[in-house]
Design a binder for this molecule. Structure first.
Ligand SMILES: [Zn+2]
Length: 220
């Protein structure tokens, strides 16, 4: 049996999940014996193998090196990086990204700060627009560094979005915004929740598919 991560909790059933690095995570009740857990894993071996294979085929962004010619996503567009000596701003976006040569050692931090700043403006604007259109009230919009979640809606209707989301096309950002706003009415993924998403954003399926297929690319 391949290595897996076991998380025990107060839950009542065993559940399997493949994490984004294509390893198996098992959630189990506090006292379920190990051999019961491993039997369960064995019974689901086909599903595990299929899911791991699918995740491994998914495109993944190589870790960025911050060199000229490297491509960075912004709103679904691929923008090449140019490193120059003659710029005033540490990092700027014109046709592509322009990074000051003296700032290369802190390039990753500069990019994250830049994306966060854009995310705050763009996502807050989209949340305001959709909430106004469908008469929904939220507490606040917060930009997070979440790696695995694009957005979340807290019990008190504070909305959180990962800065990575502004790497995706606007149609995808809108889908995630609508998804979290629909959680103001339904704090679950029930049929009524999905009906609300569909009523607000009828064409959400292609955006959802795009996000699943490309999430590995939306990173630095
Ligand atoms: Zn959700």
């Amino acid at each position: 049996m391949k290595p897996y991560t076991l998380i025990r909790s107060k839950r009542r059933t065993i559940a399997l999940m493949i994490s984004c690095d294509a390893t198996l995570v098992v959630r189990a009740p506090a006292h379920t014996p190990l051999d019961t857990i491993e039997q369960f894993i064995g019974k689901n071996a086909d599903w595990i193998a299929r899911t791991v294979a699918r995740l491994q085929r998914r495109p993944r962004a190589a870790k960025k090196e911050f060199v000229s010619g490297e491509e960075f996503f912004f709103l679904g567009r691929s923008c090449p990086l140019e490193i120059r000596n003659d710029t005033h701003q540490p990092l700027d976006l014109r046709d592509g990204f322009i990074l000051n040569a003296n700032e290369r050692s802190r390039a990753r931090a500069l990019f994250i700060a830049w994306y966060k700043n854009e995310a705050k403006k763009i996502i807050a604007q989209r949340v305001g627009w959709w909430a106004g259109r469908f008469d929904l009230t939220y507490q606040s919009v917060n930009i997070t560094c979440a790696n695995r979640r694009w957005g979340s809606c807290a019990p008190d209707d504070r909305l959180n979005f990962s800065w990575r989301l502004v790497m995706a096309p606007m149609a995808v950002i809108d889908y995630v915004v609508v998804h979290e706003l629909a959680h103001i009415l339904h704090k679950n993924h029930s049929r009524r929740f999905w009906n609300k998403v569909k009523a607000m954003y009828p064409d959400y399926k292609p955006a959802q598919t795009w996000l699943r297929a490309n999430e590995g690319m939306l990173n630095l």
